[in-house]
Write a protein that binds this ligand. Structure first.
Ligand SMILES: [Zn+2]
Length: 76
């Protein structure tokens, strides 16, 4: 399980919501669900991006995700 904040994933710089995922795909989904719920204007912008832009983001995100250390297991 890895953790990133919304801002680390490219969200607003002041958003500290923590997103978690076992895989890059899970993290992308968690981030996307959060962005649609919390930052709908940003979600619209992403939907309107050219496919190449979103593909490039995914590629870079996967590299970032792979380099992350595992988050400590949560108590309980
Ligand atoms: Zn956020």
């Amino acid at each position: 399980m890895k953790e990133m904040t919304c801002s680390e994933m490219g969200g607003p710089a002041d958003c500290t919501t923590v997103l978690r995922g076992e895989t890059a795909d899970e993290m992308v989904k968690a981030g996307w669900d959060h962005i649609q719920a919390a930052h709908p204007e940003m979600a619209e912008g992403i939907k309107n991006n050219p496919k190449e832009v979103n593909d490039k983001w995914q590629e870079e995100f996967r590299a970032t995700f792979d380099a992350l250390p595992d988050a400590p297991a949560e108590a309980g």
